[in-house]
Design a protein. Structure first.
Length: 443
């Protein structure tokens, strides 16, 4: 099969190949669905309620996600990830539909509606976070045995899946931008609401666990749920390695949540001047990234997971500092600016497609064996809970800085947070090395 060769999984058992293909189908469809409106959503909110109110709405969404994220992760470990993911999509269907009608309300009514949307959206994100990856990682461990002990096939395949996702995301940007420009933005939200229902059907069909005597399927009692609930938190504090690694990933995620919610898309629009051109530029960026991602899948096989902190540090440095300089020298004016777009493309290609994507692949390879399967969904949901906790105060602060001093000043906050996250990941590997060196049985 062409797809198995592309993913580099021909040498895996048939069960593992089938699992990879099911995971690919669900992830690629999800990438298309949820990226149809990402280029212009924040601009949609800005145009109706303004940037400061939008920052408050995003903070509310993250607060709701923070409240429900970790409990929903434990729920996924208890009743199965596909049921929690299904609940998320039911909520997503609702909030996408509400987005189609909010622009028809008065200014007085629109902010409360955005608050309601934020609450439902935050709950949906809480249910979705970590579910698909937890399901895949748990089942991969069950079906693979010792045939991919260093997880190099796993990392290579995920990198190739990311390349496929970039292709469909590029298509989503084009379709979303075209519909927003020619039919209005709410038409895109309506399409997403319908596609959520389609994805629910796919989840019920494809997202089934591999049966194995190694897998505990008797998680029925509330006592078992609370045991799983405690297990994820206890794992965070089980060792310095686990604490600094997970906190570092959460800090880096906070860095990019701030970027994606408040900075990146205003930069796109500021140098392009319209929804369709911003979507076209974003599509071009993804097309550029596809061959780079395919090539980087081979490169990352040769890099040890101990290099994660270095790649994240350099990537965050190159992502933020050049943008501070660019936005200072060439402020966005919401009109087409070829020079601004060219420099933006250069920065994102080096930082995103090479450095940060490689770091993300190594992160996945490290986490599949670091996190215990029985608490995987809880731990994977704990990370969004942590970055929501940090993002809730930082988003309004960043929004206020941007309003009063400009986008370039606002970047200082995600830059600082990202640096701290890289340092934490470095410390996690230092503590691991110390533990190993002090163990007289370790050779």
């Amino acid at each position: 099969m062409i797809i198995t060769r592309f993913l580099g999984i021909e040498s895996l058992p048939n069960g593992a190949q089938n699992l990879f293909l099911r995971f690919t189908s669900l992830l690629v469809f999800s990438s298309f669905l949820f990226n149809l409106s990402t280029t212009f959503f924040i601009l949609y909110a800005y145009s109706i309620i303004g940037i400061e109110a939008a920052g408050i709405v995003i903070a509310i969404r993250l607060t709701i996600q923070l409240i429900f994220d970790y409990p929903s992760g434990s729920l996924g470990d208890w009743i199965g990830q596909k049921w929690v993911f299904t609940l998320s999509l039911v909520c997503s269907t609702v909030y996408f539909y509400l987005l189609t009608i909010v622009d028809s309300l008065t200014i007085v009514d629109s902010f409360p509606m955005f608050v309601l949307i934020a609450i439902i959206w935050g709950f949906a994100d809480a249910q979705a976070s970590g579910t698909l990856n937890s399901w895949f990682d748990n089942n991969y461990q069950l079906v693979i045995d010792n045939e991919d002990s260093e997880r190099k096939i796993y990392g290579f395949g995920l990198n190739r899946i990311n390349s496929l996702s970039m292709i469909v995301m590029a298509l989503a940007f084009i379709i979303g931008g075209f519909m927003a420009t020619n039919f209005a933005r709410p038409s895109v939200f309506l399409l997403q609401s319908f596609l959520c229902l389609v994805l629910i059907f796919l989840i019920q069909t494809l997202m089934n666990d591999i049966q194995s005597d190694k897998k505990d399927t008797s998680k029925q009692s509330m006592k078992q749920y609370f045991s799983l609930f405690k297990g994820g938190i206890l794992f965070l504090f089980s060792s310095k390695k686990a604490f600094f690694f997970l906190m570092g990933i959460a800090l880096i995620s906070t860095c990019f949540i701030i970027w994606w919610e408040l900075i990146l898309f205003p930069v796109y629009f500021g140098y392009s001047g319209s929804d369709d051109l911003a979507s076209l530029f974003r599509t071009i960026m993804f097309i550029i990234g596809i061959p780079i991602g395919i090539y980087m899948a081979k490169i990352t096989q040769k890099i040890s997971t101990g290099r994660i902190s270095i790649l994240y540090f350099i990537g965050i440095l190159f992502y933020n500092v050049p943008f501070i300089i660019l936005l200072s020298l060439l402020p966005p004016s919401d009109t087409l600016n070829i020079v601004g777009l060219a420099f933006t493309a250069f920065i994102l290609t080096i930082a995103n497609n090479i450095l940060l994507d490689a770091a993300g692949t190594l992160q996945g390879r490290a986490m599949i064996d670091l996190v215990p399967s029985e608490n995987r969904n809880a731990v994977y949901s704990l990370i969004p809970s942590l970055f929501s906790l940090m993002g809730i105060p930082l988003l309004p602060i960043t929004g206020s800085l941007i309003k009063n001093y400009g986008l370039n000043i606002g970047i200082i906050i995600p830059l600082s947070v990202g640096f701290i996250g890289s340092l934490f990941i470095l410390l996690s590997f230092i503590f691991k090395e110390k533990t190993l060196s002090q163990d007289p049985t370790h050779i």
